[in-house]
Design a protein around this ligand. Structure first.
Ligand code: ASP
Length: 327
């Protein structure tokens, strides 16, 4: 955050705090709330989380402090929150991995299905297939030919088993019927640094991490993995337009609290999330990065839970059929 925006952020938190009536005993929140991001700083989940945390801070009148707990495909951060005290001071911003992890990981030290209260959906983000800028291909057809020719000599970066980049890589390798060597990171923020440096060859990641790099020419973008093009990257074809129909995935994010967090607290957190989703600065920043906040009508705890559980059921047979588990 720049010094100026840090100052205006502090001022808006203070103003929100002053605007509220005096808080009585047992009021919530009376101290900072920790938002765990289960991937490294600087990546797309981190970007979404920090924007939302800033706007929620203003609404709650207490700082929402981001803590990056990366590693093991997003399971370490999820574990931290599932096993935290259910008092509203530990929340989790996670993504589609919440739907794949329960099947991918057969041994976890937290309950990946029943260990959380849902607080609301946040956003759905397209993914992009990207490569180091000097890759020996200029369009998707050439890239597919290169992958088929070089196979495991190419390094595909991801954020570990369960990450969206892992899932997208599996779909890509299936679509081109060729395996590459995967290189896992604690998040695609650090993976992006290596892609820009050219020490890995390829990655698939959310537009929230790739749009600015593609525009700056520090990496090369080949396709978006959504049925429609993305307005922030108008020149980028969809995978289907580039010759890979069926290579489709987008990454939804949701907010969670530990199971057993009292309803008045989850309701308060949902209201703060809804305020963040209506924040014009967030909508603008998300649009710049190729995404949008979910419509507030979809940001209810119940719709989030239904969507999440349906997505677990959708991915389970696909993962089981592929037989690729984390253990
Ligand atoms: N985009 C990453 C993923 O592959 C995670 C991250 O660093 O945000 O899931």
């Amino acid at each position: 955050m720049s010094r100026l925006s840090r100052r205006s952020f502090a001022a808006s938190v203070a103003a929100a705090a002053m605007a509220r009536p005096a808080l009585g005993q047992g009021a919530y929140p009376t101290r900072p709330v920790t938002m765990v991001i289960p991937f490294a700083a600087g990546g797309p989940t981190d970007t979404v989380g920090r924007l939302i945390a800033q706007a929620m801070s203003a609404d709650l009148g207490q700082p929402v402090v981001v803590e990056n707990v990366g590693g093991a495909g997003g399971t370490l951060g999820a574990q931290r929150v599932a096993n935290a005290r259910p008092d509203g001071y530990s929340i989790l911003l996670h993504h589609i991995g919440m739907a794949t992890i329960p099947t991918l990981y057969r041994r976890l030290s937290y309950d990946a299905i029943n260990g959380f209260e849902t607080l609301g959906l946040v956003t759905e983000v397209p993914m992009t297939l990207v490569a180091r800028r000097n890759i020996e291909a200029t369009n998707l057809q050439e890239l597919v030919a290169l992958i088929r020719q070089r196979g495991e000599a190419l390094n595909y970066a991801n954020a570990g088993i369960g990450a969206a980049s892992h899932l997208c890589g599996l779909l890509l390798m299936k679509a081109v019927d060729t395996r590459m060597t995967t290189v896992p990171y604690r998040g695609t923020g650090p993976a992006m640094n290596d892609l820009v440096a050219g020490t890995v060859d390829l990655m698939c990641d959310q537009t929230t991490n790739t749009t600015e790099q593609i525009r700056a020419g520090t990496i090369r973008g080949f396709a978006v993995t959504t049925p429609e093009r993305v307005s922030a990257l108008p020149d980028m074809p969809t995978a289907a337009q580039g010759g890979l129909p069926g290579f489709e995935v987008s990454v939804w994010h949701g907010l969670y609290a530990p199971r057993g967090t009292p309803a008045p607290i989850t309701e308060r957190l949902n209201r703060a999330l809804v305020a963040a989703l209506q924040d014009a600065t967030i909508a603008r920043r998300f649009a710049d990065l190729g995404t949008a906040p979910v419509p507030v009508a979809r940001a209810t705890p119940q719709l989030h839970r239904d969507f999440w559980q349906a997505d677990i059921a959708k991915w389970r047979p696909l993962i089981q059929a592929a037989g690729q588990f984390a253990d």
